[in-house]
Design a protein around this ligand. Structure first.
Ligand SMILES: Cc1ncc(C[n+]2csc(CCOP(=O)(O)OP(=O)(O)O)c2C)c(N)n1
Ligand code: SF4
Length: 293
């Protein structure tokens, strides 16, 4: 009988993209895995003391150091000559990956540890109240980039985390989304079949922070890809090897209009800001050759 390795009964919000992604990940990774998890929503909703939803060994690291802890776990497995039997996954949210945890991850990638790092990207520090992170998109309304008379939300574009990781020349770097679960699981399988450091960046809608209906999680996730705002790409040793092609280029409004965090962009006065967001999507489409010709 099927037994999920991230079992139900945890306390994630209804429609949480991160809960769905984590389950897809661990189910395909299988039982021979050790998970190291930065502080963040995923760790909090799945491990409320004294309970745990994890059916595999799970270590809660600090907010900033899953990379360092996972490096130690992998080194211990090597010493015990068990590195071929057990996979190590280091996982975190976007804040834990692209901001505070980046130094530890970069060190782990540079040293060449055989670890799969995963970023569950819900585009803000959700666990502490929707503060912006380095992966929050331009013009997002968050509690630390509030929309107002003189502000259209977050003033910085999303960091290109995929290319930051890929610049380390590691064996595999890819983006994925809960909107395309089979593609996500294929990428996990591929990553775990390769030696050395790997990085998977998973786009995970958050109904609470993005202010969309919980039943729209998959639709929102798919539209991020279909508008070009979250391209699905794969790199091997720093080289782009594959992209998810788009048959048509949907306008960004189709994605933005489902989410309260972008509501201000749809007013007639916000035309110029909306054009800036569309420019980002167009730039991704051109950069990665996403459109079917
Ligand atoms: C050094 C340190 N600073 C701040 C915190 C408080 N803190 C815990 S979780 C968190 C936000 C996590 O955000 P992210 O990594 O994006 O994950 P999410 O909760 O969004 O899934 C913060 C700021 C902490 N635990 N440790
Ligand atoms: S706040 Fe967002 S990421 Fe956190 S449990 Fe709720 S839906 Fe999931």
């Amino acid at each position: 009988m099927y037994k999920p390795l991230l079992s139900p009964g945890h306390t994630a919000c209804g429609g949480c993209g991160q809960a769905l992604a984590a389950r897809l990940v661990v189910d395909i990774a299988g039982p021979n895995v050790i998970v190291v998890n930065n502080t963040g929503c995923l760790e909090v909703f799945s491990t409320g003391y004294p309970d745990s939803s994890w059916e595999v060994p799970f270590i809660h690291s600090l907010f900033e150091n899953a990379g360092a802890v996972a490096s130690g776990v992998e080194s211990a497995l090597k010493y015990l000559k068990k590195e071929d039997q057990i996979n190590v996954i280091a996982q975190a949210g976007d804040g834990g990956t692209a901001d505070i945890g980046l130094q530890a991850l970069s060190g782990m990638w540079e040293r060449g540890h055989n670890v799969l790092s995963i970023c569950y990207d819900n585009e803000a520090y959700m666990n502490t109240g929707i503060q912006r992170s380095g992966l929050t998109p331009l013009d997002t309304n968050t509690t630390t980039s509030p929309v107002g008379k003189f502000s259209s939300g977050n003033i910085r574009p999303k960091k290109n985390m995929i290319e930051i990781a890929s610049a380390h020349g590691i064996s595999y770097v890819a983006s994925a989304t809960v909107g395309f679960p089979r593609d996500l699981q294929r990428k996990i399988k591929k990553a775990l079949s390769l030696k050395g450091p790997k990085f998977l960046h998973i786009h995970c809608p958050c109904p609470l922070g993005w202010r969309h209906e919980p039943n729209l999680t998959l639709e929102v996730a798919k539209l991020a890809v279909e508008t070009g705002l979250f391209p699905l790409v794969e790199f091997e040793f720093g080289k782009l090897i594959n992209v998810y092609k788009l048959k048509e280029h949907k306008p960004v409004e189709e994605y933005l209009k489902l989410q309260g965090r972008f509501k201000h962009l749809l007013s007639p006065e916000a035309k110029a800001e909306l054009a800036r967001v569309q420019e980002i999507a167009d730039g991704n489409i051109e950069r990665y050759g996403l459109l079917v010709k």
